[in-house]
Design a protein around this ligand. Structure first.
Ligand code: HEM
Length: 395
C-alpha cells in the first residue's frame, strides 16, 4: 500500500510510536520553559530586519502568535502524530506562504527552538537520574525535522501549483489572442442585431414579458462572453503596468460605480482619505471589478462588499475585499487562483488568475485569508522602493 507523505517521512527519519511516547514523557519537563522559548523565538525575529518585516500586525499579532506557538509546542510533544497532525502543520506552512515568509527563516527559527529544547534535556540530565535523555533528544530532532519537512512540502506544493498555472497561462496565451479576435466579430454582429431587433419590434412588442426576458438574456450572455474574451486577451497580453500614484478611495468608488452590480449589492469603503497606491489604475480597476463581480454572485445578488485599506508600517499598502456570501469551499481554497479553475457553473476560471497576475506584475500578492464569514481577499502592495530593493518589481 502506498504510504502517505507524512508516513513516508516518518519512516525515513525513523519516527515511531516510541518516539511519540518519548515526546509525551518530555512534555511535563519542557512545559515550564515554553514561555522563555517563545520569547526567545520572537526576540530573534524582532532583532532581524527581514524576519520582522513578516510581522505586519504589530504587537497584537506577536501576542496572538505567541499563543499559537504554545499550542504548537503542546501538540508537537503530545501528538498524536497522525494524519490530522500533518494537515494541521501543512496549514501553518500555507499561512507562511501567504505572508511570503522566506524559507530560510523557517530553518533559523526552528533551530532556536531545537537548541532551547535540547538545552532542557541536557540540563535535566546533568542533574543525574535521567535515563531517557538519548531517546528524548533523538525524538526531538526527528519531530523538528518532520516539522521542517512539512513546511518545505507546502512551499513545494505552492511552487508546483504556480508552475502549473504559468504553463496553463502560456497555453491559454497562445490560443487566446486568435480565438478572442475571432469571437469578437460575431459577438459584435449579435450585439448590433439585438439593438436593431429591439428597434424593429418597437417598445410595446419588445417590452412584452417573454420577449423582454429573452432579449435581456441574449444581451446578458453577449456581455458575459465579451467579458471572458476581455479576460483571455488580458491574460495573453500580460502588459507591464504603467504605474501612477492613485487615490484608493477614488479608485474603489469609481470601480464600484462602473461595475455592473445589482442595486442590492453595495460597496462600503473604509480607508484613510489620503491613502494612495502606486499602481496601473486600469489594471487595478480590473482586479477590483473581478473581485466585486465574484462577491456579487457569491451573495446571490444581495449584500455588502467591504473594501478596507491601510498603510503598512513596512511602507506598503494592504487592501482587504470581503463579502457577506457563504465563503469559498474549503476544498477549493488552494486552487482558486489557478487559470481555468472555477467553482461557478458559468465561471470561466480566468478572473482570479488575472487578478493574481496583475498583482504579481506590481510586485504584490493577492490571497484568500481565513474568515468567519464570506470570502476575504487580502491584497498586499509593497512600496515601489521596496519592490526594487527586493528585486520583485516587474515591468
Ligand atoms: C519555524 C518555526 C515556526 C513555527 C513553528 C511557526 C508557527 C506558526 C503558527 C502555529 C502560526 C499560526 C498559523 C494559523 O493561523 O493557523 C504561524 C503564523 C504566522 N507565522 Fe509562524 N512559525 C514559525 C516561523 C515563523 C517566522 C520565522 C516568522 C517571521 C519571521 C513567522 C511569522 C508568522 C506570521 C506573521 C504568522 C501569522 C499570520 C497571521 O497573522 O495570520 N513564523 N506560525
Amino acid at each position: 500500500m502506498r504510504l502517505t507523505f507524512f508516513e513516508s517521512i516518518k519512516q525515513y527519519v525513523g519516527f515511531t510510536d516510541e518516539s511519540s511516547a518519548a515526546l509525551r514523557a518530555f512534555h511535563p519537563i519542557a512545559k515550564p520553559f515554553f514561555g522563555p522559548i517563545i520569547d526567545d523565538f520572537y526576540d530573534a525575529i524582532e532583532a532581524h530586519p527581514d524576519a520582522s518585516a513578516a510581522i505586519t500586525g504589530g504587537q497584537a499579532q506577536i501576542e496572538r502568535l505567541k499563543r499559537t506557538l504554545v499550542q504548537w509546542l503542546e501538540t508537537m510533544l503530545l501528538g498524536p502524530h497522525d494524519e490530522p497532525y500533518y494537515e494541521m502543520r501543512a496549514r501553518i506552512g500555507r499561512v507562511h506562504i501567504r505572508i511570503a515568509l522566506p524559507q530560510a527563516f523557517m530553518f533559523t527559527a526552528m533551530d532556536r527552538i531545537r537548541v532551547r529544547l535540547l538545552d532542557i534535556v541536557r540540563e535535566r540530565s546533568a542533574g543525574g537520574n535521567f535515563p531517557d535523555e538519548r531517546r528524548i533528544a533523538t525524538a526531538l530532532h526527528q519531530v523538528l525535522d518532520l516539522e521542517l519537512a512539512i513546511m518545505l512540502e507546502t512551499y513545494r506544493e505552492d511552487l508546483v501549483t504556480k508552475n502549473r498555472n504559468a504553463e496553463r497561462l502560456a497555453t491559454i496565451g497562445q490560443f487566446a489572442a486568435s480565438i478572442g479576435h475571432e469571437l469578437r466579430n460575431p459577438l459584435g454582429v449579435m450585439e448590433s442585431s439585438l439593438f436593431l431587433l429591439r428597434q424593429h419590434l418597437g417598445p410595446e412588442a419588445a417590452g412584452a414579458h417573454n420577449v423582454a426576458k429573452h432579449l435581456d438574456r441574449i444581451g446578458g450572455e453577449i456581455t458575459r462572453a465579451n467579458k471572458t474574451i476581455d479576460d483571455l486577451l488580458d491574460l495573453a497580453r500580460n502588459r507591464p503596468p504603467h504605474r501612477q500614484r492613485t487615490d484608493v478611495r477614488t479608485l474603489v468608488e469609481r470601480t464600484a460605480a462602473t461595475t455592473l452590480l445589482p442595486a442590492t449589492v453595495t460597496v462600503e469603503v473604509n480607508a484613510p482619505p489620503d491613502l494612495t497606491v502606486d499602481v496601473d489604475p486600469n489594471q487595478f480597476q480590473q482586479v477590483l471589478v473581478n473581485l466585486f463581480i465574484n462577491a456579487g454572485q457569491a451573495m446571490n445578488g444581495s449584500g455588502r462588499i467591504f473594501v478596507e485599506g491601510a498603510a503598512l508600517p513596512t511602507g506598503g499598502t494592504r487592501l482587504r475585499v470581503r463579502d457577506e456570501g457563504p465563503g469559498i469551499p474549503v476544498e477549493a481554497r488552494y486552487r482558486i487562483f489557478e487559470a481555468l479553475f472555477t467553482t461557478k457553473a458559468k465561471g470561466s476560471g480566468l478572473g482570479l488568475a488575472l487578478c493574481r497576475r496583475i498583482l504579481e506584475a506590481h510586485g504584490g500578492t493577492i490571497d484568500l485569508e481565513p474568515s468567519e464569514r464570506g470570502a476575504s481577499f487580502v491584497l498586499n502592495l509593497s512600496s515601489p522602493e521596496e519592490s526594487v530593493v527586493s528585486g520583485t518589481a516587474v515591468g
